[in-house]
Design a binder for this molecule. Structure first.
Ligand code: ADP
Ligand code: 5GP
Length: 186
């Protein structure tokens, strides 16, 4: 199966993914390619394949990406076709952490094979607190992310499921209930 997590930046996608991968060994994250720079302790081939904008454009030209978006100006993000093959070959569920447009495109491509989950922050104010608390983005970048968040929230109804990430424990329990329903976990 394909598990797609989408949410405005700062809503908790990485936190969900970390929890899932730490607890279950039949899920694997699809590592996206991006032209943004690594932040904090991020490493090439772990969180992302970090590429230059030119290298990224070459992948697009060679049709190596199943989907991609210019999520922020000059910051491209996309999924390599080879990444999905790599994970499915192992018999693992593929987990995506992508932006809302990318997630809806992937849902269209994979149909019933995919579950698209929108992770909703309790409010924009709380989202700001989390982005500031994470301390990995400049003030300007946080404003860009918050501006995009308001429009992304409007797409929540198009997802198969919405999980509100207010109290983390409750949100993770909601997620596990859902995965159980889809028989992705026992
Ligand atoms: P995303 O991957 O969607 O950008 P993160 O998982 O990095 O978001 O979460 C953003 C910040 O908010 C992180 O510092 C994370 O520890 C924190 N966070 C995540 N979920 C919660 C929650 N339920 N309550 C409070 N803080 C949270
Ligand atoms: P960040 O810079 O916070 O790591 O990611 C910014 C946004 O890009 C997030 O919403 C993240 O989910 C999204 N993203 C990451 N990889 C991909 C991808 O392969 N495709 C698309 N469409 N979005 C992605």
């Amino acid at each position: 199966m394909i598990l797609i997590f989408c949410a405005p930046s700062g809503s908790g996608k990485s936190t969900f993914v970390k929890h899932l991968l730490g607890k279950y060994d039949n899920f694997e994250l699809s590592i996206s390619a991006t032209s943004r720079s690594p932040r904090g302790t991020e490493k090439h081939g772990v969180e992302y394949y970090f590429l230059s904008a030119d290298e990224f454009r070459r992948l697009i030209a060679e049709d190596k990406l199943i989907e991609y978006q210019e999520v922020y100006k000059d910051h491209f993000y996309g999924t390599l076709r080879s990444e999905i093959e790599r994970i499915q070959k192992k018999g693992h569920h593929v987990v995506f952490d992508v932006d809302v447009k990318g997630g809806l495109n992937l849902k269209k491509i994979f149909g019933k094979e995919a579950v698209a989950v929108f992770i909703q922050p309790p409010s924009i104010e709380e989202l700001r607190r989390r982005l500031e608390g994470r301390g990995t983005d400049s003030k300007e970048m946080i404003e860009q992310r918050l501006a995009k968040a308001s429009t992304e929230m409007q797409d929540a109804p198009f997802f198969d499921h919405i999980i509100v990430n207010d109290k983390l424990e409750t949100a993770l329990a909601d997620l596990e209930k859902l995965l159980h329903q889809y028989k992705m976990i026992n």
